[in-house]
Design a protein around this ligand. Structure first.
Ligand code: ZN
Ligand code: ZN
Length: 379
């Protein structure tokens, strides 16, 4: 913190040292109207407005004015009045922070505020999530008003400093209590706490500085996104009040169920019906994948519940390389409608294999073991 000479608060308001409270108030009003940031967008006006408020705060308070008259500065950190942050004027610094970007909630609230995030739901087919897609989406968000460029004022007009609160956005009331004076501040009702009043609102946005708009943008969906994921498009959300910076747009992915494939992570699963005879004798078949066909071989003696894996025919991995796998679950069917000849052949087979009568007694271990394994899910 650099040391500095006490500020000349009288010079800032342009009043003589002997000015009456009334003269100080009039000078302050005149300057505040001229330099309020909503009225005067000059970069220097900001600093000037801050100075003017500080000067008024000091000179309108007899105790603080006395410090100035004694050559001190009641607003300087540690300005002859004890500790800085804990000093009696720490509260005033809070007000200034609120004016100029601090965290305090006091002081006039800015008309320009950041916008909210928006979310849009996007339904995609499995082929699109698996391989990525570029798709147009229609979004309905607030955008900046081009007529007033966010100011909210009708063309050729300006907002004016609020007369009720003199641009402070809050009004103070003093109550006398047993413990002394208690000063409370409330947001100004005339200007809703903005410190300025828009007498002629922009006809296009009704003073909001933003308007709702429906627009179509193209969004690039990367390969491998999953149901429920959100893709963030920075700065495509709602423009804030007073044309404030836009929030983000989140595109939430919803994957439509596929007729054939179900997805688990990067892997795909499908079910293929296989006749008992083909499972017993083995066969070749062609499996349709998301992007083509794949020949697979079923080994002789394939059991119900068997699964074939086709490597690299799943969904593109969102992070990392390559693709997941495809699992073909074999649904082995026993024939139902047998004609006479087919039944004769099966009976012949059954007889040759000694399977006409299954007697648990004759197959003690095997028969029960298989049942137990089936119930435990190890079949
Ligand atoms: Zn407007
Ligand atoms: Zn006001």
């Amino acid at each position: 913190m650099r040391a500095k000479v006490a500020k000349d608060y009288y010079a800032i308001l342009g009043v003589p040292r002997g000015a009456t409270p009334d003269e100080i108030k009039r000078a302050y009003r005149r300057l505040a109207r001229k330099y309020h940031p909503d009225v005067n967008s000059d970069s220097e006006a900001h600093d000037r407005f801050q100075e003017i408020n500080a000067a008024y705060e000091v000179l309108s308070d007899p105790a603080k004015r006395e410090i100035v008259d004694l050559g001190g500065d009641p607003l300087a950190p540690g300005g002859g009045m004890g500790g800085a942050a804990a000093g009696p004027f720490a509260g005033f610094q809070d007000i200034m922070d609120a004016f100029f970007g601090g965290t305090s909630t006091r002081g006039p609230r800015p008309r320009t505020r950041p916008g909210a995030d928006a979310i849009i739901r996007l339904e995609l087919d499995l082929e699109e999530t698996a391989f990525g897609v570029e798709t147009p989406i229609t979004v309905d968000t607030a955008i900046g008003c081009t007529a007033c460029e966010g100011a909210g004022t009708a063309p050729g007009t300006h907002s004016t400093t609020c007369d009720t609160c003199m641009g402070r956005g809050e009004v103070q009331s003093v109550q006398r209590t047993l413990l002394g004076q208690v000063v409370t501040s409330r947001p100004c009702v005339t200007c809703q706490g903005y410190g300025t009043v828009i007498e002629h609102p922009c006809p296009k946005c009704a003073g909001e500085g933003r308007v709702r708009s429906r627009r179509t943008i193209t969004v690039k969906i990367p390969a491998g996104v999953e149901d429920g994921m959100r893709i963030r498009l920075a700065g495509q959300g709602e423009v804030g009040p007073g044309g404030g910076p836009a929030g983000d747009l989140y595109v939430e992915i919803h994957e439509r169920p596929h007729d054939v494939f179900s997805r688990k992570g990067d892997d795909l699963h499908c079910r293929v019906v296989l006749p008992m005879t083909a499972a017993a004798l083995g066969t070749r078949m062609t499996i349709k994948t998301l992007d083509g066909e794949e020949p697979v071989e079923v080994r002789p003696g394939t059991q119900p519940g068997s699964t074939l894996r086709i490597r690299g025919r799943g969904v593109t991995r969102l992070r990392g390389n390559g693709r997941g796998d495809m699992y073909v679950h074999l649904d082995i069917r026993t024939p139902t409608k047998l004609d006479a000849e087919q039944e004769r052949l099966l009976r012949e087979l059954s007889r040759m294999r000694g399977e006409e009568v299954i007697e648990p007694a004759r197959h003690p271990g095997g028969f029960f073991a298989r049942m137990r394994d089936a119930f435990n899910g190890h079949a």
